[in-house]
Design a protein around this ligand. Structure first.
Ligand SMILES: Nc1ncnc2c1ncn2[C@@H]1O[C@H](COP(=O)(O)OP(=O)(O)OP(=O)(O)O)[C@@H](O)[C@H]1O
Ligand SMILES: [Mg+2]
Length: 259
């Protein structure tokens, strides 16, 4: 549970009428026997929210997303999707339940074309291909003219677009994004955040890990600060941006909310 003076994760005032979509309830998880990376870590995403997860390198941000997506063993606690227990459910099952995941690295098949990458994203439901292609190329029109190009020849920003598009091909209700702005120029980062916002506005509950903490907190509805595998603070993006503890520990002077 979060040790925070901020609004508790269980009942955020701004979204109190919405249903919980993803609930991570005090989980302990890790890769190697006897080594826990996450310890009593909790997070709730309400319907339609954009949730940001920030924290220092090695805090367990990627591990948290991978735990939700069934890629890291959860040893204690529970993860629920719309109230159903999905703890340790395999990734392919989660995809059919409407969860999409874009990993931090190696998130495209470089030897495949953009079109083939997108087809990989919907191999479990191939009949929906043309409709979903239309949806993702509306959000990422740059990809439309280049469907035959190999993903390995794309820039970092373009690869991110392909990776996000692939995750969107199954029409997920929940999208887990691990550092969508990593490695991009400032202009491209802004663009990536706009696209994330657009996807979220289309009704996709989004949980985004970001190293660009300030930008992340500016656009998310609520944020979580992870520290040593635990949710140390939570609140609205604005609350966290202005919280002296969060500024001091994680944001530095960049944390000043000057909007
Ligand atoms: N496949 C793995 N096997 C064993 N340990 C791992 C593995 N992946 C990550 N870890 C360890 O888990 C801890 C948390 O890593 P994680 O990748 O979740 O951090 P992070 O917060 O995403 O960091 P970053 O900001 O650098 O992406 C680290 O100590 C890391 O070394
Ligand atoms: Mg990471």
């Amino acid at each position: 549970m979060t040790n925070s003076s901020q609004t508790p994760a269980s009942a955020p005032a701004a979204v109190s009428t919405k249903a919980a979509v993803v609930e991570v309830d005090d989980i302990t998880a890790g890769y190697l026997p006897g080594v826990n990376i996450l310890t009593k870590c909790s997070l709730t995403a309400y319907d339609g929210e954009l949730i940001g997860i920030i924290g220092p390198n090695g805090a367990g941000k990627s591990t948290l997303l991978k735990s939700i997506f069934g890629l890291v063993k959860v040893r204690e606690g529970q993860i629920r999707l719309r109230g159903d227990d999905i703890t340790n459910l395999k990734a392919n099952k989660l995809v059919t339940k409407g969860v999409g995941f874009v990993p931090q690295t190696e998130n495209v098949f470089p030897t495949l074309t953009i079109q083939e990458n997108l087809e990989m994203g919907i191999f479990q439901k191939p009949k929906g291909l043309s409709e979903r292609l239309e949806f993702v190329t509306e959000i990422f029109p740059e990809l439309k003219k280049r469907l035959g190009q190999r993903a390995g020849s794309l820039s970092g920003g373009e690869r991110q677009m392909v990776a996000m598009s692939r995750a969107l091909m199954m029409g997920p209700h929940v999208l887990l994004l691990d550092e969508p702005s990593a490695g991009l120029s400032p202009v491209r980062q802004d663009e990536a955040f706009l696209r994330v916002k657009e996807i979220n506005k289309a009704g996709v509950t989004t949980i985004m890990v970001e190293q660009n903490a300030r930008r992340c907190l500016q656009i998310c509805d609520r944020g979580y600060v992870l520290d040593q595998g635990h949710d140390a603070y939570t609140g609205t993006g604005r609350e966290l941006l202005n919280d002296p503890k969060v500024i001091g520990l994680y944001l530095g002077t960049l944390g000043q909310d000057d909007d």
